[in-house]
Design a protein around this ligand. Structure first.
Ligand code: NAD
Ligand code: UD1
Length: 314
């Protein structure tokens, strides 16, 4: 990895953020983590000891942000209210963190001479445009407050580039999975919930008919995309899909997890979730061309590794 001298990772105690921190530290980067531990955990980064600076705090705290961002070359902005359905339940709270928090991160970055901000955006911005696969030039059609907030973040990033010369890259992650994804809340990612249910021999709930599809990408691939986005010159100013270009229906995902875990349990079907998108599959031509990025881990292997981790966390 091309050397990044010092990085701030907001949300660095979370699922994706903590894997990113691991990779940055391994590459010799000095890392500061800012996290309020609302959904993240100290145990995700405890193994790094004093090789990182951990600051417990909120991205809405301007004074704190100005302090922690000082001297950073790159900011990886991962902190957010992550759940689509949580944003439907409480849009104001999600807006405060996902919109106001993001503006504060961008503002502190430009005031303190940060070279580049890499932002965690989402494929949720595409909504239900029936055209597949999703390409970055499609008009966004957000269906949830979360999707609106991620799209607003992208617009702010672009405006901060134009007004203040701050380099920004927005990565539209598709559905990310892997070790450390916390299955403990009903708002957690579907793979973490399904793996926990399968391990416990319990039936999962599938919302709707299970015919909705998602493009699942392994967390380590998402980390590589982040590092490329921070270090490759052509990334500046871009919005890029981070997916695999393949997808699976939710009911088939449960079947596959059942097969890998050696359980055969019929799911329970519940009402569809408000704000849920139906189909999701990425076109990754743009990120392949501009950053040379290609995912390396296929769904089946990623599930095998994640299942092993849930059984014996390391
Ligand atoms: P996560 O919940 O594990 O990580 C989010 C982290 O942000 C947590 O550690 C949490 O404590 C922290 N946080 C939340 N609010 C904060 C605040 N106000 N101040 C400081 N820290 C705060 O979730 P994740 O899956 O690792 O998501 C990381 C990013 O990726 C998010 O921006 C999310 O929207 C985006 N994303 C995730 C997925 C996915 O499938 N997991 C897909 C697309 C985009
Ligand atoms: C996820 C991410 C979101 C990200 C988006 C990108 C989480 C919690 N959400 O949203 O941050 O921006 O991908 O595409 O990581 N489902 C069930 N049963 C369950 C849980 C979920 O049937 O117990 C279904 C949902 O209704 C949905 C699908 O599985 O259709 C995926 O749900 P979820 O993992 O919450 O992800 P997204 O809403 O796609």
């Amino acid at each position: 990895m091309e050397r990044i001298s010092h990085a701030l990772v907001t949300g660095g105690a979370g699922f994706i953020g903590s894997h990113l921190v691991d990779e940055l530290v391994a590459g010799g980067c000095r890392v500061t983590v800012l996290d309020n531990l609302s959904t993240g955990h100290r145990h995700n980064i405890d193994h790094l000891g004093d090789r990182i600076d951990f600051v417990e705090g909120d991205i809405r705290d301007e004074g704190l942000l100005n302090k922690v961002v000082k001297g950073c070359e790159v900011v990886f902005h991962q902190a957010a209210v992550v759940s689509v359905s949580q944003s439907v339940q409480d849009p104001s709270h999600a807006c405060e963190i996902n919109d106001l928090g993001t503006v504060r991160v961008l503002d502190a970055s430009r005031r303190n001479g940060v070279r580049r901000v890499v932002m965690a955006s989402s494929s949720a911005v595409y909504g239900d445009d029936p055209r597949m696969p999703k390409t970055e030039d499609m008009a966004p059609m957000p269906l949830s407050p979360y999707a609106v907030q991620k799209l607003t973040g992208e617009f702010y990033a672009s405006v901060f580039g134009g007004l203040y010369g701050l380099e920004t890259v927005c990565l539209r992650y598709f559905n990310v999975f892997g070790p450390r994804q916390d299955p403990s809340s009903p708002y957690s990612g579907v793979i973490s919930i399904f793996l926990k249910k399968a391990s416990a021999g319990e039936a999962p709930t599938i919302y709707g008919d299970g015919g909705q599809s998602r493009d699942f990408i392994y967390v380590k691939d998402v980390v590589r995309a982040n590092v490329l986005a921070a270090t490759e010159a052509p990334a500046a100013g871009q919005v890029l899909n981070v997916g695999t270009g393949t997808s699976i229906r939710i009911r088939d995902l449960w079947e596959l997890i059942g097969e890998l875990s050696n359980v055969k349990i019929d799911p329970v079907f519940g009402p569809p979730r408000a704000g849920d998108i139906r189909e999701s599959i990425s076109d990754i031509g743009r990120i392949r061309q501009s950053l040379g990025f290609k995912p390396r881990v296929v769904l089946r292997q990623g599930l095998i590794d994640t299942l092993a981790w849930y059984r014996a966390p390391s």
